[in-house]
Write a protein that binds this ligand. Structure first.
Ligand code: CA
Length: 228
C-alpha cells in the first residue's frame, strides 16, 4: 500500500500506530526525534509523514518547515496536543496537510490518512496532465513543454505562469491590470509594457503565425483573450 514515516518520541504511541498502519497493509518506519525524522524523510521518501509537534532535538514544526523549504512535498499530518490552537494554525501555515489533536482515535487518524493521500494523488494527476496549446504540449506540474516532434520548447518560469493564467481564464477578457496583479503580484511592479513584451515572446512560441495570433488575441485598449 503506502510507505508511512511516523516521527514520534513516545514509544508506546509510535508502536501502537505502526501496528495499526501495518494491519491496514502499509509499510511503516519510526523516527524517535526530529533530526532522525528529517533524515528518514529524505532517505526513505515515504508517501506520508505522521509528525508529532513536541519532539526532542528538533520540533515537528521545524522538521515540517525544513522539509518544505527543501522542496519536499510529501503529505504531512501533524500530531498536536490538546489546546495547541495556535500550533494547529502554524502547522498548516508551515505546509502541513492536516493535523489531529491528541488524544485521537486510531480510526479517525486512519480516515485522515486516507483523505490526505487521496488529495495528494489527485493533485499529482493534475500536475502531470498535459495541456495542448497550439503546436505545444505543456506539463505545468513539471514546467516542461515540447512540440509534436518531441523537441523541447523553452518557457521561462514567468511564461509558464502567464500561460497557466490564460488557461485558467480561457475565453474571458483578461485586462493587463489583472495579469499584473495575479501573475506578478507583489514583485517589483513592471509596467504594462512588460506584459506586452511577454505576450510577444509567448506568441512566437505557441502561435503557428505570430503576426496573426489564433490563441492569444489582443483586446484593444483592454488586454487579452486566450482561446484554446
Ligand atoms: Ca512528543
Amino acid at each position: 500500500m503506502a510507505k508511512i514515516l511516523i516521527v514520534e518520541d513516545e514509544k508506546e504511541m509510535a508502536i501502537g500506530l505502526k501496528d495499526n498502519f501495518e494491519f491496514d497493509g502499509h509499510n511503516v518506519s519510526i523516527a524517535s526525534d526530529g533530526e532522525e525524522g528529517l533524515v528518514l524523510a529524505e532517505s526513505e521518501t515515504p508517501d506520508l509523514i505522521i509528525l508529532d509537534v513536541m519532539l526532542p532535538k528538533k520540533s515537528g514544526f521545524d522538521v515540517c518547515r525544513e522539509l518544505r523549504a527543501k522542496g519536499v512535498r510529501i503529505p504531512i499530518i501533524m500530531l498536536t496536543a490538546r489546546g495547541q490552537e495556535i500550533d494547529k494554525v502554524l502547522g498548516l501555515e508551515l505546509g502541513a496537510d492536516d493535523y489531529i489533536t491528541k488524544p485521537f482515535s486510531v480510526r479517525e487518524l486512519l480516515a485522515r490518512v486516507k483523505a490526505v493521500m487521496r488529495r495528494s494523488s489527485e493533485q499529482e494527476e493534475t500536475n502531470n496532465s498535459v495541456i495542448k496549446i497550439g503546436p505545444v504540449n505543456v506539463n505545468f506540474g513539471q514546467y516542461k513543454a515540447w512540440d509534436d516532434n518531441g523537441g523541447t520548447v523553452d518557457f521561462s518560469y514567468k511564461e509558464f505562469e502567464i500561460l497557466k493564467y490564460f488557461i485558467d481564464h480561457q475565453n474571458q477578457i483578461i485586462t493587463r491590470d489583472a495579469l499584473l496583479n495575479d501573475v506578478w503580484g507583489y514583485e517589483v511592479y513592471p509596467s504594462s509594457r512588460t506584459v506586452d513584451n511577454f505576450i510577444v515572446k509567448l506568441r512566437k512560441k505557441i502561435e503557428p503565425d505570430p503576426n496573426h495570433p489564433k490563441h492569444i488575441l489582443t483586446v484593444y485598449g483592454i488586454g487579452y483573450k486566450y482561446i484554446p
